[in-house]
Design a protein around this ligand. Sequence first.
Ligand code: BGC
Length: 764
Amino acid sequence: MSTEDVAAIAEELTLAEKVGLVHGATDADGTATGFVPGVERVGVPPVRLTDGPLGVRTDEPATAFPASPALAATFDTDLAERMGRALGREATARNQDVLLGPGTNLIRVPHCGRNFEYFSEDPVHSGAFAASVVDGIQSAGVVATPKHYVANNQETRRAEVSAEVDEPVLRELYLPAFRDAVEAGAGSVMSSYNRVNGTYVSEHERLLTEVLKGEWGFDGYVVSDWFGTESVVESVNAGLDLQMPGISASELLDSMGMSPDEEGDGDDASDTAAEANDEGDSAAADADDEAGSILDPDDGSDFVDGMPDPRSGGRYAEALVPAVERGDVPESRLDDMVTRILGSLDAVGHLDGVTESEPTGGGSSDDAGAIDTPEHRRLAVEIATRGTVLLKNDGVLPLADDADVAVIGPNVDEAVLGGGGSSEVTPFAQTAPREGIEARAEGAVSVARGLPRVEGVSLFDAMGEGGEDTADGGEADTADGSENADETAIDDGREPDVEGAVTAAAAADVAVVFVRDRATEAADRDSLRLPERQDKLIAAVADANDRTVVVANASGPIETPWLGDVAAVLAGWYPGQAHGEATAAVLYGDADPGGRLPVTFAPAEAYPTADERRFPGVDGEAAYDEGLLVGYRHFDAAGDEPTYPFGHGLSYAEFRYEDVEAVGPSTVEVTVANVADRAGREVVQAYVDSPDAPDERARPPRELAGFAAVELGPGESATVEIGLDERAFGRYDASHGWTVDAGPHVVSVGRSSRDRRGSATIER
Ligand code: BGC
């Protein structure tokens, strides 16, 4: 359909019909995260939007893919494109038209509760993954929604905190991945809850209309985050196009099968504030007079600080028609909103002659999508395997096939599927760590949990009493759907205890200890230490067996106080449904550990965000005054040795780098030789050190400009070409925009931001 055809549909609509297309409504089927009824009279079918970045979240199972840092750790954008396509196909199979992902925020705060939904601390790296996932989703006939635009880098008070960040920093660090996602064809972008320099992003004309739509030429629609719309007239005129969920919190919880708290107080301070607002808020508040029901502020829940205002759900439904009639919102702006939404849907085939909802999900009607296919299962294994990072190896790995292994850890009977919140997915099948090792090992396998199960945290538990239905019809009581785990499990006839784990470790050739953190949307981790007594468990096991391997399944960086006592460490992130299978493949060397760190690992106090002004902020403001020195940029500038740098990851093979050469203004070449007697996969990284800038700003010593991976058999070598992103050469100048300073730009090539093996100079 042409742009004119889309405009012609919009022209036929009444004012009420137009407004009906720019906010959500209740989904009678209760399957969608967000629902727009469409306008049957003119052939616009209903639109269903679903979470999320790690798998499709409806009320039915779907493939639970590895979390975003695991995907990013692969440094393999082809895998990202394939995962995006699989997400799109699964969304279609579930009759969904729009996928609410990928999570595209930069990892600024190591404690951020949603880091498991984000890719990386580097903008070029994040952007490459966001773009590839978007490309995949859209190629499957589904609208992608990179989120949460922008500077949503923490969950603590996410609904009101103001990121105080200056323009060059925003341009160089926080905006680029969104721009890449837009350039890859994203049909939609989700605005974040937070404020940027005092203005809510949902009302930020500069960010929404001038930068995103104007400069970048984004012709899709901006959707609000759920309950993240602060006003009607201001947000619409600033550039917000679709309000979600468009209904009250109680209606939403109802449609999700959750029972709202019947005892809403209806007379709290927030209702008074709503009454004072003339933009339809008092009506919304009335409809929602159990405003406190989404979470009771008095119940001490960890999430209260991270929740948006539940009264804000129905604002456009209540007040947009009168606002247009009064002339506060020009009708041309409403037409723009409608054509943007219809245009994005049309681009994925949703308007192709469909007049009512079809089981195909509307989009590409020749393609019914696919879910839980062997291909998707294999892809989940491949990403989890390739994304596993070997941080340390004293030679204990890979394990001998016939080694006697003690499998230790409080959660060895469950796959770590993800963190809590809107990205929770219930898989059809999963392999627990214990199963993975038992299936692969040829030696004896003993199991000792060592500690009581470490429970994940779920936002949904806090929100309603109903819980979510799970694949087997049970109730998911944790973020990871781990109701499958046998909580009463005992080790050798006794309650799990550290002593039992020590005994098992001492009797085995190798002890493999699985540990995990717990992270969730709407709250930040309070520490980078492992929860419960897992650090103690590792120390005790390492004391009993010199050949102790730690597998850390975490949302981001963790502290490793036991590092010097263990023989090997794997960072396995949240690996999703393939946890056991993928980890076993790496442990036994069936796959080379292909992962490299997308975030720096260091003790909490070593990050710039250890200053509370920066995180979580003071008086509602988070000062981003570390400027450009985020992640490895900070550690490199400070000359501080992190525990493990960005880009780090060992292979079972060994590589030699030779002949780094610039072969053009934006390309370097290097010869990489595998000097080991086994095959391996090397991730070659290029960092640019630009000439000193004439401004005062502290600039990072070097910035990632590109990467490429190569698989080499024993003794093989290859010339690897790396394309360099122009942004790594440049800086954003407050008065001149993107500027490349003249002079020599030194391009270092190597294994990480710290392990650089050679360099070439490019004159600009
Ligand atoms: C999250 C979004 C999500 C939405 C719908 C919000 O709480 O921030 O990422 O897509 O809910 O579930």
